[in-house]
Each structure stands twice: as C-alpha cells, then as structure tokens.
Design a protein around this ligand. Structure first.
Ligand code: PGA
Length: 228
C-alpha cells in the first residue's frame, strides 16, 4: 500500500491529474464512489475524460425514491457524469422486484472484465463503500444493513429519514480490482486513516483489508494524514 500525502490546497488537482493520465488514451473500467470526498476531484476532470471508459457505481442506498438527491446514482450523475459523460455507465437497481437477482446481474456485469481502477472513499467507521465493519474479503455484491454512522452520513447527503439498507459492490469485487485508490481528506478522517494504515488488518476496519491488495494507493491530504 502506497500512501501519498498532499497539501489540502493541491490534493484535488494532483489526484485528478493522475486520474486523467491513467484514463488516457484508451479508457478504463472504473468503479467510482460518491459521497463528499471525490467531488473536488471529479469537478476538475475535463469534459472528455471518461468518453472511452466504463463507469460502475460503487453502491446505492435503498428505500429512497428514484432521482432523490441522496441516491448515489443521482450524486454521481450530478457531480460528474452530467458534465463528463462516460462511454458506458452501470449502476444497481435497488427498486428491482428481486434484489438477489439484481445483485447477481450487477455482479455479472462487473465480473465480465473486472475493474481496472476502483476510486473509493473512507467511512469514519472504516467502511469501504457500504461494506460495513465485519464484512469479509470474500463477500460478493449484496444487500447490506447500514450502521448508524453510515445512516448519519446519508442524512448529511439529504436523506431524512436516512436509509437503513443499501446495495454494496462486495469486498470480493473491490479486492479483485487491478488498482485501488482510497481518497481521504479532512481531520475528521485522521483517526480512522491511522487505523487503516497502522493497526492490525481486521474485518472491523474493512478499508484496512486493502493492505492485502497488491496495488493500492491512499491519496490523503495533510489533515487526514496528521495521525500517521
Ligand atoms: P464521504 O463518505 O466522502 O462523504 O466522507 C465516505 C464514505 O462514507 O465512504
């Protein structure tokens, strides 16, 4: 695991520049997170950056109406894809009548080539996507129950009441990704980032499982990295 620490003022520019370099010339199969952390990176991508790439949404909250601003699909469209369209965009349908069939469908699309690069955020409780503490590295794409901390995060995105379940791309698919980037900013993530980097690898901190992955980069700003 490589840890890159950058000043907060140049973090987004550095990460988006690196991403553009990776995307050229032929595009990638990307798994992209929503949430607040990647937004400044997405905002700096040029309009044609994803034209030859396939984008998979990392996760989705259940129980919110289609188009709700706190839905992950809505956030990714609003914060990125409406301005920077992807060659193809896949996302899970949490309104499908049979969610286990839907998980299999989405996982099949993912596994038909895997991810070249997964761009992820870090939950304050150590979650990766909606893979909450206790998730194991072999768990596939599935419906998950959300922790109170994650529900509070969804409330901050505008879901009130917040959802109590979601559909998560599994740690199995994430850990199969050829490369993983973990984006971490702000002092509120300093304690959990120190656990990810320095403490023992445990399923109680799912992001720490990235230490078992051969090609992971943590892109942290100095505030998030101050306890490392
Ligand atoms: P945030 O969420 O980027 O909004 O902090 C990250 C996460 O909870 O995975």
């Amino acid at each position: 695991m490589r840890v890159e620490v950058l000043p907060a003022g140049s973090w987004a520019e550095a990460v988006s520049g690196e991403l553009v370099d990776r995307l050229e010339p032929s595009g990638l199969r990307l798994c992209l997170a929503t949430g607040a952390t990647p937004v400044p990176v997405y905002e700096l991508l040029p309009r044609d950056a994803l034209a030859t790439s396939t984008v998979f949404l990392l996760d989705e909250f259940g129980g919110l109406p289609a188009g709700h601003r706190a839905r992950c699909e809505t956030m990714l469209r609003t914060n990125l894809l409406e301005r920077v369209p992807a060659g193809a965009f896949y996302f899970p349908d949490v309104d499908a009548p049979d969610l286990s069939v839907e998980c299999e469908r989405y996982q099949g699309l993912i596994n038909d080539g895997g991810f070249d690069l997964a761009v992820l955020g870090l939950g304050k409780n150590g979650h990766l996507g909606l893979n909450e503490p206790g998730s194991t590295p072999d768990q596939p794409t599935r419906v998950v129950r959300l922790t109170d901390e994650t529900r509070e995060g969804a409330r901050n995105y505008g879901a009130d009441p917040p959802p109590n379940w979601g559909l998560a791309v599994g740690l199995a698919e994430i850990l199969e990704s050829r490369e993983v980037w973990l984006l971490v900013t702000g002092s509120a993530k300093a304690t959990v980032l120190a656990r990810v980097v320095n403490d023992e690898v445990t399923v109680q901190v799912p992001a720490a499982l990235l230490r078992t992955h051969p090609n992971t980069v943590i892109w942290a700003d100095e505030e998030a990295a101050h306890s490392l």
